[in-house]
Design a protein around this ligand. Structure first.
Ligand code: GLU
Length: 445
């Protein structure tokens, strides 16, 4: 790594001990920035890197709530408001037992560059809690969300910080959060949260946007090699919101998804994943994925091992961070892999990214490939600000244009900096330069 970057990185490691995911996310960006600092000495002079690695504000709070048996439960809540040079902090809330400040910081840091890359006026932030919604009743989830918002409301607002969903936070949770915000503030401030239901201020296509966008992105990548997703064999890891709509879009475009997963294992279905059945199992019943295989003859459930061993031409990791490692990447390459796009945030380990790069596999990093979700959140904010509701066609058309433009920006930037075809560099540099210029323009703040 460049010595100017190395010095800042060593300091980031020292100041953020015990946060491996955050350190990994910073390293990933820094590894792309050497040529940028050569061209822009002003970034080094004005300590732009140091400023971008330090969140503007970090809020950690207690979330007390009462479970169905009358016992008091205590969770920890987080909101890391990372950077607001381009607009209000924007990014999701994750409810998962693995959530800690390091995870939230990695997600918030990535969000800054992802949001910049969308071309929309949004800064970056992230939040969540170590609350585990799995196995909790609706009433418990509601009481948790109400308690979480009872602290969070003082830190957010349509012009300040606009949370949305992420793992464990979907339409139901956003509803309870919005209800409590409205009750405490006595304001119907639609723009304070995105991912709302369409009858109460949400945008059409927001639910589908991350998964759709990821597939639109990989379609653009494949096009650069004269290929399409039509007829391709595809693995999608995960079975939540991102995975579900990635599968839907792959099928719309003529590909065949042969495997998907949850934390209990994966299913292989050579006749193509039946999306209606998957949604019944995961969204409606909130069951484990083995229930899918129980009800479908062509499918089998595999409780252990790796979904990536199934083999495919296209792989879409849509579950969680660091879910695709070096040996799994090697196995995918041996299976004839052509392209990977990250629907989740940082699902591919750095060593796996290197394996894919060496093998000449197209690789679309999450900052670019999964930016359709947050971009459509920005479209939701636009509709809220103008008290309007767009049609499905128009909204999907805007999403498609945004994904094509992000792809173009990555390709052009990678070319400009002498690394043609390197989407990691393209995304990191294009995302970074826009934020860095805004930070410079706003003075020492
Ligand atoms: N959690 C999503 C992401 O990782 C969406 C954030 C949003 O819509 O604000 O980008």
């Amino acid at each position: 790594m460049d010595s100017r970057l190395e010095a800042v990185y060593v300091e980031v490691m020292r100041r953020n001990p015990g946060e491996p995911e955050f350190q990994q996310a910073v390293l990933d960006v820094f590894e792309s920035l050497g040529p940028v600092l050569d061209r822009h000495p002003e970034y080094t002079e004005a300590a732009v890197l140091e400023r971008l690695c330090e969140p503007e504000r970090q809020i950690i709070f207690r979330v007390p709530w009462v479970d169905d048996s009358g016992r008091i439960q205590i969770n920890r809540g987080f909101r890391v408001e990372f950077n607001s040079a381009l607009g209000p902090y924007k990014g999701g809330l994750r409810f998962h037992p693995s959530v800690n400040v390091g995870i939230v910081k990695f997600l918030g840091f990535e969000q800054v560059f992802k949001n910049s890359l969308t071309g929309m006026p949004i800064g970056g932030g992230k939040g969540g809690s170590d609350f585990d919604p799995r196995g909790r009743s609706d009433g418990e989830v509601m009481r948790f969300c109400q308690s979480f918002m009872t602290e969070l409301y003082r830190h957010i607002g349509e012009h300040t910080d606009v949370p949305a969903g992420d793992i464990g936070v979907g339409r139901r949770e956003i509803g309870y959060l919005f209800g409590q915000y409205k009750r405490i503030t006595n304001r119907y401030e639609s723009g304070v949260l995105t991912g709302k239901g369409v009858t109460w201020g949400g945008s059409l296509v927001r639910t589908e946007a991350t998964g759709y966008g990821t597939v639109l992105f990989i379609e653009e990548m494949l096009r650069t090699r004269g290929l399409t997703i039509d007829g391709k064999r595809v693995i999608v890891s995960g079975s939540g919101n991102v995975a579900t709509y990635a599968i839907a879009k792959v099928h719309q475009l003529g590909g065949r998804v042969v495997a998907c997963s949850d934390s209990s294992g994966y299913v292989v279905d050579e006749s193509g994943i039946d999306l209606n059945l998957l949604r019944d199992v995961k969204e409606v019943e909130r069951s484990r994925i083995s229930a899918y295989a129980d009800r479908r003859e062509s499918a089998r459930f595999v409780p252990d091992g790796s979904i990536w061993d199934v083999g495919a031409e296209v792989a879409l990791p849509c579950a969680t961070q660091n879910e695709l490692d070096e040996s799994q990447a090697l196995s995918l390459v041996r299976g004839g892999l052509l392209a990977v796009a990250e629907g989740a945030n940082m699902p591919t380990t750095p060593a796996a990214v290197r394996v894919l790069g060496k093998a000449g596999v197209l690789f679309g990093p999450g900052k670019a490939a999964n930016a359709g979700g947050v971009a459509t959140s920005a479209l939701e904010m636009q509709q809220n600000a103008s008290r309007d509701a767009w049609t499905e066609n128009y909204t999907e058309q805007r999403l498609t244009e945004i994904m094509v433009a992000i792809h173009q920006r990555c390709v052009e930037t990678a070319d400009e900096y002498g690394q043609p075809g390197n989407y990691v560099s393209g995304a990191n540099i294009a995302g970074f330069v826009k934020v860095a210029d805004a930070v410079l323009a706003l003075g020492v703040i």
